[in-house]
Structures are given as C-alpha cells and as structure tokens.
Design a protein around this ligand. Structure first.
Ligand SMILES: [Zn+2]
Ligand SMILES: [Zn+2]
Length: 291
C-alpha cells in the first residue's frame, strides 16, 4: 500500500470516526491522540497559532485533502476549517481498509499497529452475532463434548482455521466442540467471579454459562494464527458476557483485565508473541488514550 493511499486511509478513517465531518484541528488531534500515523507527537497538544510553521505531517495531510476533494471523496470548502467526507469517500474508505488489512504490514507501513488493530476489530455487533450462533450450536450438540480427553491442549500457535467470506471480509468459523469445553473446564462458573449466579440448564443439570473469545475471532488475520482455542475462550455468566460487549468503557476494561491477567501466559503462547493489556483495550475500542 503506497504512502499516499495510507494517508488517505488515515484521513478518511478519522473523519468517519468523527461522524463524517470535523474541524481540521480536531481531525489532526484525533490522528495524533490515537497514534494512527507513524509520526506521533506526544507534545503536540497545543493549538499552533497562525503563521507559525505547521508540523510537516499536518501539512502533508492538508495537502492530501486537496487530492481527495479533486477525486470527489471529500467536499470542497463547506465552511472555513471544516473537513467533510462524501458518500464516494465512504466507499473509497472501505476499499482502502480492505487493502490495508491485506498488505499494510508489508513494505514500509506508515500507518501504525494501533490503527491496524482497530481496522481488524469489527464492531462488536458482529462479534456478538457470532457468539450467539455459537451458543445455539453448543446447546444443540447432542454428543457429549467430553468424549475422551479434550483433544490435547497444545500451547503452541496453530494455523488459522477454516473461514468463509462475508461482506468482503474473512469470517473464521468457531468450533462448537471447542467452545463447549470452556464452561466445563471452568466448572460451569463465571470466569469473572465464580459466585455470579446463573440458572440450571434443562438438559445437563449444570449452570448455564456462555463462551466468549477474549481475542476476537475477527483478529485472526491480524495475528495470523488460529484463535478458536480453549485458552482463548472464557466461560462467562450472561451478565458479564453482555457487559463485555455492551458495558461502559471502564467496566469493559475491568472485565478484560481480569480475564487477561488470569491467563496471560497461555494467551501469549497461542498467539506466539507477547500482547499487552493496552492492545486488548484498543481491540475492544475501550482504549484510555481517547481524550
Ligand atoms: Zn462474546
Ligand atoms: Zn459473571
């Protein structure tokens, strides 16, 4: 992905986060605060005054904006200082995101891992839809999941599993028998707090719990390894599970932290690399860096 397209991606993506239009200074601040561009200037919080030299990267983005207007992806001057994307710009952005997800880690990336992680983490809506589908499958499975020892629990990274393509993105499939072992392994108690109440399942006379993939399956291509692993699946009570998807930033951070800290070593092992809590916050879009 060439330099220019990476700039366009950052600019349009940021505008999208700002509901399509924003003052130039807010766009720049957003890019900087979220560390989307390789030049991240932590001291750059003040408003520069006119006449003062603009930082080079700000200049570059202002310049790229002119190209985007020429191509119809951004609106020409609406109101002084206001930057706004067009419908065509939105479609173009999807194209750029697709390209970034395929190629941006190769060559000389100017966009940062922070941005890439956001691009890969889908809106939690789809993730919850997939969770739900999985719960239905788990409950429909007649064969007991514990037939034999749970297929040896390797702690090495494994290749990405099967996927289908939906809406232009790869959706990796979840294996109900893997998910079914998670609550069993946790003794059918909530991983956040074993005292959390639930109800008894009709069929199996154990407490009802729901499986949740801590590293979302949508991040499979980002990490390049299979994420449908027992180590990555936590058993949660309905309340905690809904909260991790829909709760306030503070609550979501607390839940993620509890889960992550309880299995940090195993999670890093199956990823084949270190991962920090901050990265997880970003993946769940509950980062603390947002002002
Ligand atoms: Zn979930
Ligand atoms: Zn709970």
């Amino acid at each position: 992905m060439n330099y220019q397209r990476q700039m366009r991606l950052v600019l349009l993506y940021t505008l999208k986060q700002l509901s399509g239009s924003a003052e130039k200074s807010d766009v720049m601040r957003y890019i900087n605060d979220h560390g989307y561009w390789y030049v991240n200037d932590e001291s750059d919080t003040r408003q520069y005054s006119r006449g003062e030299n603009e930082k080079q990267w700000r200049n570059d983005f202002s310049y790229e904006r002119i190209h985007l207007i020429e191509h119809g992806y951004m609106k020409p001057k609406v109101k002084r200082g206001l930057w706004e994307m067009t419908r065509a710009g939105e479609a173009y952005l999807s194209e750029l995101i697709g390209e970034a997800k395929e190629t941006a880690l190769t060559g000389q990336p100017r966009i940062t891992p922070a941005l890439l992680q956001e691009l890969f983490s889908e809106p939690s809506f789809e993730e919850t839809l997939e969770d739900h589908r999985l719960m239905v499958q788990v409950s429909q499975q007649t064969q007991p999941a514990d037939s034999g020892e749970s297929a040896q629990l390797s702690d090495k990274p494994i290749p990405k599993g099967p996927h289908m393509v939906s809406g232009g993105r790869n959706v990796y499939l979840r294996d109900p028998s893997v998910a079914k072992r998670a609550p069993k392994r946790a003794g059918h108690l909530c991983a956040i707090d074993p005292a959390h109440p639930s109800f008894i399942r009709r069929k199996e006379a154990c407490l009802y719990m729901e499986p949740h993939h801590l590293i979302p399956m949508s991040m499979t291509d980002y990490f390049g390894v299979g994420l449908d692993r027992e180590q990555n699946i936590f058993s949660l009570c309905s309340t905690c599970h809904n909260q991790i998807h829909y709760g306030t930033k503070e609550d979501v951070r607390r839940l993620i932290q509890t889960l992550f800290c309880s299995r940090k070593r195993e999670i890093c092992a199956i990823l084949g690399r270190e991962i920090r809590l901050n990265e997880l916050y970003r993946i769940y879009r509950v980062g603390e860096d947002t002002r």
